[in-house]
Design a protein around this ligand. Structure first.
Ligand code: SF4
Length: 474
């Protein structure tokens, strides 16, 4: 069976075993459009003739894709009927970046109302998800440039954290157990910044946005932080640079001294991420800080003059109810963030929470209620959704949404998510994406582990530089 059909079956029947049970029959022909018939014993067959795909704005590749989508929709519909399943809010949109498809259709001149029909009829997305997608896409269009390689954006990954949160599946190594790798990692990172930044300067490539992420970049402190930001300023910043973000993340790394250094080096945005404002949950997920530290870091950052502060929260954390989420949002309201990123909890293999999965299930309706509440609060604060992505293994099939006050959107988040701009990534776990004018892309992945990173970059920096150079010179 084709993998995409298996995937859709698994998404609604996670425990399905293929090769046994009821025979699923699919008939697809290209005749005056795409004719599909999907049958499963015991339920009405699903049949459809898609003539919309004959629109001349679609090409051959679209028609092939549409054929697969129609089959998947038919399979979904007969399974819903056979097993009395509630329709899924995201329908067939199972990928990480559902906005990409919307942008591709907007590029070809499809109108909002045409898109609404396609999203509902082809992808079976629920009306609220369609409106979210269209709002996000409309917010993003002005960030796109005609040339994906001029300007570019740069990511710098620092894969260390004070402790490891139980839900974490990112490049993150606790300082207590991996601190001995820090100096070696830092030295190689400096070499990588100099070499890659030097190449960008040589080729006169503008850098639009710089993002220091991780991990927790503010685990780099004092003289080392000054050195890091000096190198970023010297090698990566260009006159075209509009934004520098430091994902401060953990408030327990934010002293007045650290925030002052960030401010001095022109940091435009930081993220202070409580994830929740429930003291008990912070302990359960191993954040290693309390609510007071979040408030203290916020006050300090405002006093020191960091222009924009983003805040991340996670919906579906262990033991949290809708009223806990509401209380968190009320407390965040008092902090007056410039942007809010709302994540659905993703229980991934690499996280400690995976082992306790039974305790972290929430019902679809509860998840939807939490997401609705977060959207309501963001709207009340004057924020609009401006970027969106989905992850596998997210509780209640929730999406991740970035909301922002007008003019406070993170340029980097849009560019990184939509993959219409080359992203040069340095440091641990950084994924370089070299985007071509036809929007195809080639990835280069730096190892997450600080020891492997140091070893590989020492040995392979020349090859990485060569790959980036070739890309720009083609
Ligand atoms: S602060 Fe972020 S990167 Fe670090 S352990 Fe927690 S979730 Fe992972």
């Amino acid at each position: 069976m084709v993998p995409s059909i298996k995937a859709i079956i698994r998404s609604v029947l996670p425990n399905v075993r293929f090769g046994s049970g009821l025979p699923l029959a699919v008939k697809a022909v290209y005749e005056g459009g795409i004719r599909i018939k999907v049958s499963l014993p015991g339920v009405e067959p699903w049949a459809f003739l898609d003539q919309e795909i004959l629109d001349p704005r679609y090409g051959e590749a679209d028609r092939k894709r549409r054929l697969r989508e129609r089959v998947r929709l038919g399979v979904l519909r007969v399974l819903e009927e056979a097993y009395s399943l509630a329709p899924r809010p995201w329908g067939l949109l199972m990928g990480v970046r559902p906005t990409k498809m919307v942008h591709s259709m907007l590029d070809r001149g499809f109108s909002q109302s045409e898109l609404r029909k396609v999203l509902a009829n082809v992808y079976a997305a629920a009306p609220e998800k369609i409106e979210l997608l269209l709002t996000v896409a409309a917010q993003q269009r002005s960030f796109f440039h005609p040339n994906p390689n001029q300007p570019v954006s740069v990511y710098v990954g620092i894969p260390f954290c004070p402790t490891r949160c139980s839900y974490c599946s990112f490049a993150s190594y606790p300082l207590a157990s991996h601190g001995h790798l820090f100096d070696g990692f830092f030295e190689v990172l400096c070499q990588e910044i100099k070499a890659v930044g030097g190449l960008l300067k040589e080729l006169k490539i503008d850098v639009e946005a710089i993002y220091l992420g991780g991990g927790t970049p503010t685990t780099v402190q004092g003289k080392k932080l000054v050195k890091l930001l000096s190198l970023v300023r010297q090698y990566l910043t260009t006159p075209a640079t509009k934004e520098m973000t430091v994902e401060a993340g953990r408030p327990d790394t934010l002293s007045g001294a650290t925030l002052s250094i960030l401010q001095e080096f022109g940091t435009d945005r930081i993220s202070i991420n409580p994830q929740t404002m429930q003291e008990r949950t912070l302990q359960v997920i191993g954040r290693g800080h309390g609510i007071e530290e979040i408030k203290r870091a916020y006050r300090l950052a405002r006093t020191i003059g960091i222009p924009l502060i983003n805040t991340d929260i996670i919906l579906g954390l262990p033991g949290e109810s809708v009223s806990d989420v509401e209380d968190t949002l009320r407390q965040i309201e008092a902090l007056r963030p410039d942007s809010l990123t709302v994540h659905g909890l993703a229980v991934k293999r690499a996280s400690r929470l995976k082992k306790e999965e039974a305790e972290v299930q929430i019902a679809q309706e509860t998840g939807a209620e939490m997401a609705f509440l977060a959207a309501e609060y963001a709207a009340k604060w004057g924020m609009d959704p401006y970027y969106l992505y989905r992850q596998r293994h997210t509780l209640a099939d929730l999406e991740n949404v970035g909301y922002s006050l007008p003019g406070s959107q993170s340029i980097y988040n849009v560019q990184m998510m939509e993959e219409r701009q080359t992203i040069i990534a340095l440091g641990g776990g950084g994924i370089t994406k070299l985007v071509s004018p036809d929007l195809s892309l080639v990835r280069h992945i730096n190892p997450k582990c600080p020891a492997t990173y140091s070893q590989r970059i020492r040995a392979g920096l020349g090859a990485k530089i060569g790959q980036i150079r070739d890309h720009f010179l083609v």
